[in-house]
Design a protein around this ligand. Structure first.
Ligand SMILES: Nc1ncnc2c1ncn2[C@@H]1O[C@H](COP(=O)(O)OP(=O)(O)OP(=O)(O)O)[C@@H](O)[C@H]1O
Ligand SMILES: Nc1ccn([C@H]2C[C@H](O)[C@@H](COP(=O)(O)O)O2)c(=O)n1
Length: 681
């Protein structure tokens, strides 16, 4: 997961490959709660989504006394014992609507005399309505108080009035704001439907019916059969009792699939043999958002399906603009608004009022962010229309994500824009709500446009702090790191292991060694042919050999391609001596990092002493100056600043100050003026 302030996505060209989707959030949080409601029974849930929202549910259930064992995607839950619920509990549910609504209903019915539960969430959760659910529960005699604003969390729950609970067999609930209210009632009522039927009457048009269908399907798996009269009246029969299915497999997330279906439709050209294969969810999914594939097909995308997979390729291009009622696919429909950027004409998505009460006001969010890219966007209370920018009207944009995972994921698709303008996703960590590794999955499937992967070069003399600075800058940007010095060090070790003298007359053999290095960088370990050579390559002899072998032109040539191939999405910070002059001459930012010999010798001295080496400052300084001389005077790729490098003397700078300087240069160099005013400068 990218836990960084922003993620720059390079201009992307195409996409192909296979992706295994994470588990469905809607199913995961429902079955976690249903399993917890199976009093005393154990359920093993497989392929459960690991995300912020499921963490919120699991933590709440544990606080309530549920026994939970979690191993990767498998969760073993023993149902709550009503008698051992705590007297008091405070549940923080983040921004997880699928935890807040059903837990409110279940706990409002479970809370006993003398007990009190509080349910709260992040600031946005405190703006998301829950009044219709509370009104429905109050009809049953539930005692629920608003702790801040009427109609919104946080809530306080106390024991229901038992007489009223018995008396009221019919409950009315609004269905036109969020289907989660009805889901919550459907999941809670089996807890009390012992001796009589409970009937739920839906007031107003029920939205997002497919989500209710998921709830009914899962209730049936847990032994509760609900009578559904035309989506207006639901009956939970007397004698209903939760019964664990023992084991249950969670389908992959159909809403998350929408980004990858769109990816295939935008970027997988069948003429080039490209396709996106999505594993874990197929056309027979119980999730309503699977119907997104119909909308994608209408736009011209080619989608094949099987029992548990989808295969997607670009069909018609540009895509066809569509006019669609998005009510049945409220979450996935957001992806259509970004696909509209690649369509001919104006796409209109209607009947999506629920977007306004999701993680953010999604209609406003989409209008704001699509407009930044140059699209022509209009909207109303429950609709949005999007016309793509003209070819020359695309603008680079820093996309605000409003702590909304879906905004972040769908706007990543804008990086395929024909103008190759930069796309920055702010706060990319928000995808942790449902698809923590979304960007990793995207980068594994997508190919950048030629030379589009951004590279930051940090060259400079020994012990100037290149490696340290490279690691800090890369961490801030979510980029990969290339320590090219390590490559020459390993080449030296490999040559010695093969009994070769490191001298110019052995250049062809040394180049062969360099070309065939079998290398794995694994944290502190460096595996050469499977054996850790980190200590050998960092020894004095290792440093000398690296300096000698790096002066041999054939060796440098042999290692050139390998280094260039390290430039992978989302970007690379490369440190060495010739990163800016030879390996990545077109890099948008080149830094030549230097410091006085005195400072550098002192830093290296402290570094080695802290690692337990017995060294002398004076001899270290002599060796360092000798190495500087060799590196700067050698015939091939000598150490020198590239003509367009920015020189940074960090003699009197801390690592944090030097990092900030490079990031500032980066913001100017890569994103340019487009992002200068957008909050990171
Ligand atoms: N700005 C700085 N101020 C103080 N110390 C620093 C600074 N930058 C790096 N150092 C320290 O200097 C030492 C050498 O840094 P580092 O190993 O990153 O240098 P390098 O240029 O990559 O060296 P080499 O070329 O030998 O690989 C480390 O102990 C590091 O913590
Ligand atoms: N791009 C590079 C990187 C390193 N070298 C040489 C310079 C050093 O003598 C040796 C080890 O480098 P270090 O780990 O100290 O950065 O490799 C080079 O020539 N070109």
């Amino acid at each position: 997961m990218f836990s960084i302030p922003f993620l720059d996505i390079a201009a992307l060209q195409s996409a192909t490959g296979t992706v295994q989707l994470p588990g469905s959030k809607s199913i995961s949080n429902r079955v976690l709660l249903l399993a917890a409601l199976c009093e005393g029974q154990t359920t093993v849930l497989h392929d459960v989504l690991a995300s912020d929202d499921t963490d919120a549910m699991l933590t709440a259930l544990q606080t309530l006394g549920c026994e939970i064992e979690r191993q990767a995607q498998q969760v073993r839950i023993t149902g709550l014992d009503r008698q051992s619920l705590p007297a008091q509990a405070q549940l923080h549910l983040g921004n997880a609507g699928t935890a807040m609504r059903p837990l409110t209903a279940a706990l409002a019915l479970l809370v006993g005399p003398g007990q009190a539960f509080e349910l709260t969430g992040v600031a946005r959760m405190q703006e998301r309505p829950i009044g219709d659910l509370v009104d429905a529960l109050r009809q049953l005699g539930c005692a629920i108080d608003y702790l801040k604003n009427p109609g919104f969390p946080p809530l306080a729950l106390r024991a229901a009035d038992p007489q009223k609970l018995q008396a009221s067999g019919s409950i009315q609930i609004r269905g036109d704001v969020s289907s989660q209210f009805l889901t919550a009632m459907l999941m809670a009522l089996p807890l009390v439907a012992k001796e009589r039927d409970y009937v739920i009457e839906v007031v107003g048009e029920l939205i997002s019916k497919p989500y209710i269908a998921i709830t009914l399907n899962l209730l049936a798996r847990f032994g509760i059969v609900v009578r559904n009269d035309n989506w207006q009246r639901f009956t939970i029969a007397a004698g209903s009792r939760y019964q664990s299915p023992g084991q249950l497999h969670v389908e992959a997330d159909a809403s998350s699939a929408s980004y990858l279906v769109a990816l295939g439709g935008i970027a997988s050209d069948p003429a080039l043999g490209q396709a996106i294969t999505i594993e874990g969810v197929g056309e027979d999914s119980i999730q309503g958002d699977i119907r997104f594939i119909d909308a994608a097909r209408q736009m011209g995308v080619h989608v094949e399906t099987g029992p548990n997979w989808l295969r997607v390729q670009r069909g018609q291009w540009p895509l066809k603009a569509i006019d669609i009622d998005g009510n049945h696919i409220p979450d996935a429909a957001m992806t259509l608004a970004v696909m509209a950027l690649y369509a001919e004409g104006t796409t209109r998505i209607t009947n999506i009022a629920s977007w306004r009460v999701k993680e953010t006001d999604r209609i406003d969010a989409m209008v704001n962010e699509l407009s930044k890219l140059g699209a022509v966007v209009d909207s109303g209370p429950d609709w949005i229309s999007v016309a793509p920018p003209a070819a020359d009207a695309w603008r680079s944009a820093s996309i605000a994500t409003y702590d909304d995972h879906r905004v972040a994921m769908c706007f990543s698709l804008a990086a395929f824009n024909p103008a190759s303008v930069a796309v920055r996703i702010e706060d990319p960590r928000c995808v942790g709500k449902t698809f923590p590794d979304y960007f990793e999955a995207l980068f594994a499937l997508a190919q950048p446009k030629p030379n589009a992967v951004p590279v930051i070069c940090i060259d400079g003399p020994s012990a100037s702090g290149k490696g340290t600075l490279a690691a800090h800058v890369a961490k801030q940007l979510g980029f990969h790191v290339l320590d090219s010095g390590a490559l020459y060090r390993v080449a030296g070790v490999a040559a010695r292991q093969r009994g070769l003298d490191i001298a110019p007359e052995h250049a062809p053999a040394l180049a062969d060694v360099a070309r065939s290095l079998q290398l794995v960088f694994d944290g502190e370990r460096v595996l050469l042919d499977g054996r850790d050579v980190a200590a050998a390559m960092r020894s004095d002899a290792g440093s000398r050999d690296a300096s000698l072998i790096s002066a041999i032109p054939a060796v440098r040539d042999a290692l050139l391609q390998w280094q260039r191939e390290r430039a992978a999405l989302p970007g690379l910070v490369a440190d060495g001596r010739d990163m800016g002059t030879v390996v990545f001459p077109d890099a948008p930012l080149k830094v030549f990092l230097t410091a006085s010999a005195e400072h550098r010798a002192e830093r290296r001295y402290k570094q080695l002493i802290s690692q337990g080496f017995d060294v002398k400052l004076a001899s270290l300084r002599e060796e360092l100056e000798a190495r500087d001389l060799r590196d700067t005077t050698r015939a091939v790729a000598p150490l020198k600043p590239a003509v367009d490098a920015k020189v940074l003397d960090n003699s009197d700078l801390s690592v944090a100050e030097a990092t900030e300087q490079v990031l500032q240069w980066w913001r100017q160099a890569y994103a340019g003026a487009a992002f200068a005013t957008l909050g990171h400068d």
